[in-house]
Ligand binder design. Sequence first.
Ligand code: NAP
Length: 409
Amino acid sequence: MKSEKIVKAGDGSLVVPDFPIIPYIEGDGTGPDIWAATRIVIDGAVQTVYGGKRKIDWLELLVGEKGFDKTGEWLSDQALNTIKDHVVAIKGPLTTPVGKGIRSLNVTIRQKLDLFACIRPVKYIDPVPSPMKSPEKIDMVVFRENTEDVYAGIEYEAESDASRKIAAFLKESMGADIPEGSGIGIKPMSARNSKRLVASAISHAILNHLPSVTLMHKGNIMKFTEGAFRTWGYEVAREKFAGQTITEEELFEKYNGKRPEGKVVIKDRIADMLFQQVLLRPDEFSVIATPNLNGDYISDALAAQVGGLGMAPGANIGDTCAVFEATHGTAPKYAGLDKVNPTSLILSGAMMLDYMGWKEAATAIRSALQQTVKAGIVTYDLARQIEGAREVRCSEFGRAVLANMKKAG
Ligand code: NAP
């Protein structure tokens, strides 16, 4: 069979051929190790579940250190266009080249491809050690805005001409008093970008029959950015999902606190309070929609609640394409040692299969991985925390997941 590209239909839905071409970026540092383990698991799941009727044709993109060594470019326009053109891609972690005039390849990919939603599901895998008393109550998905807020990166150094000009302008025209010698950062947040992020979080909740979407913000202090995010969030729920959502206020006023079947409850929480509540009452939260910086903090904190970043998958999704990725960095001290935990990228691969509509293969990966960890076959990071566990290499872990999948299939 001939391999073909995945395409987006006019209504935004995906058209996925049985033999799709999917670009991948191996990543730097430990990237090649975790990618190799992930690839055999994804290919194994597709083969086990669909028995040769479906198969992914992988297309390597040279990005990061490998790209620089072979082509002289860290991230070429050609690589970005290939992702756009193929709609779905997956990547390992990339080094941020220090002092080479590049902010972060990861951030650049998200911004250039307008991947406006960073999606991080957080769910406990038994018996991974967790600081929580009842980690099995944690089952949340964070939708973090990916293009503005502090990610817009508008900053002016203290004592620079630019920061002096801005401070003078703010003082003269707006009466704002900026202390002498301040660095200045600008935090833009727009109705359009906030609304499309919240809309994708609500769509996810509706599609997956989830009970609530919580708007996380710091609107008590920053009224026209964080506070506006909250306002725009409620607005888009009313404008686009009136029949499928109710507010928390309505839940108590009209429904006596009992959620009507099929309705998603839209609520909001101030960021600091939400950090407390996800620890004390995690089962009250399902989908969290948040601006960039809050989302950065809460996604890693939630990952820690279920065993750390090595276990947390992620995706960056926009209107035109989606890039699935490990949430941790390159862990350079373990590069080439075949040692680190590939779970984050493997579960990101499962998210990718879900996104493509190959849900049976995604489910096969999740249950085989759960079974492998439950049997105490784990990489060093978990072995040092689980008594009696058998420590295996990164590649062995991938093969163990594959073997469990074959047994089940
Ligand atoms: P990191 O690469 O995430 O590693 C920090 C520590 O986390 C590691 O030393 C290790 O802890 C643990 N860890 C990370 N991945 C693991 C895995 N798969 N299995 C087990 N343990 C894992 O963070 P960093 O050292 O701050 O960043 C290194 C580079 O990665 C930087 O260039 C940074 O810019 C880049 N980065 C890239 C991404 C991305 O591509 N999305 C994200 C973050 C950072 P122990 O030492 O305790 O074993």
